[in-house]
Design a protein around this ligand. Sequence first.
Ligand code: GLC
Length: 479
Amino acid sequence: MPRKKKMKILNAVSEVVPFLATGGMGQVSGALSSTLAETDKSLDVRVVAPLYAKFRDKYEPQMKFLGATEVTLAWRSLYCGVYELSHEGVTYYFIDNRRYFDRENAYGYVDDGERFAFFCKAVFAMIEISKWVPDVIHAHDWQSALVPIYLKTHFYEKYGAIRTVFTIHNMEYQGQMPGYILHDIFDLCEDTKAIVWYDNCINLMKGAIVCCDKLTTVSPSYAEEIQSTGGYGLEPIIRENAYKLSGIINGIDTITYNPETDPLLGKNTYTSENLKGKAANKRKLQKFFNLPVAPRKMLICIVSRLVSHKGIDLITYMLDDLLKLDVQFLLLGTGEHAYELFFEEKSVSNPEKVAVSIAFNPEIAGMIYAGADVLLMPSRSEPCGLAQMIACRYGTIPIIRKTGGLGDTIIDCRLGSGNGFVFEDYTAQALMDTVNAALDLYTYHTGDWTNLVKAAMNVDFSWDSSAKEYSDLYRSLEA
Ligand code: GLC
């Protein structure tokens, strides 16, 4: 029998692990690609991303230069180099343009619109240079939203057979830009303005939603929410395109996040059968943060960007009450300055109970997942959320607000069997009540708490079943 031809999938994404991740999208694009490469031999999965200064030096020796060309963006003619690198069964293409990508951070610049318009155009240049023409391009969030758009407006004649999937990781960031840069920056004209035009400005995410063949978001609940009230203004567009929408829950990389083998834990690795190492990690964490070493004090943590939709305002309302309890509180994150100050002040006035690190630091985050008892995630909205799954894997019990993917991954243990604590009302009181319930179980029912820890650790959050859903979705687009 003739072997079936592999289906070619190209992820176009602005960040991808192990090269760069500033948030969940980078973790997801990396883990999804490597899981598919490993588990589904009928697919040829590749990734295209910008070549950022952050990892250029480290990986350059392993990269192969494929070629260079000029990419045009309105009146500009821009250098575009293409490099190739193979890592764990996945081929990565990197787009080189130092003016756009040799910067301290991935995003946050006045010309972000131009930088990612260039990247999206360069994806087609990369296809030309590599001569590897994908069957499906899978684009992620506003930074690669112009890929499905340009496919329709600029490259249809040549590449019209390519199908597109667009994944929304977060509706909050839509790539909204002023109308006067339509032509000058985005190389779109009056005739195509309607594709990206929404609410009196350019909205790149809206354009991708309209142009893509399949639309996904990162949890089934979020797929519902963005049609009703959680769409940050795009609800009507999502509803019109709901026929092609599905919610596929993210997984986590269970090989990296494994308390049995995690090199970050040194000799204190552990399993759900033997939790001694977890106690050692708690001791180490308390010492590291100059908190009293107290094995039986519930250590409540937050690892989060400090922005209000993560529920940080609720924490500020209830923290004084929380500190009246016999607990310790630890926070790691960066974000809005007012929140950073608030928590730093609390740690100064309560050194015995509060420790704060204003940083984005995956290693400290790893220490916290391993050493803490409880992780708070009281988000106002959360497309999927990864921290609650990582916490479970390390036996740290999440307390979450039921929204988006949080509600799809964490089941309240008070319902019988579960892997965390869940509250619904977005109020400081509801959060406080739930913390009290957790503290009660932790203090007075230690056997039940240990069983909860074990149950949380044994939930399967691997990518296996979700990767299969993506693979089925790609297949549904086969000609
Ligand atoms: C975004 C979302 C987060 C999700 C991640 C990966 O960062 O805010 O909820 O887990 O993308 O899809």
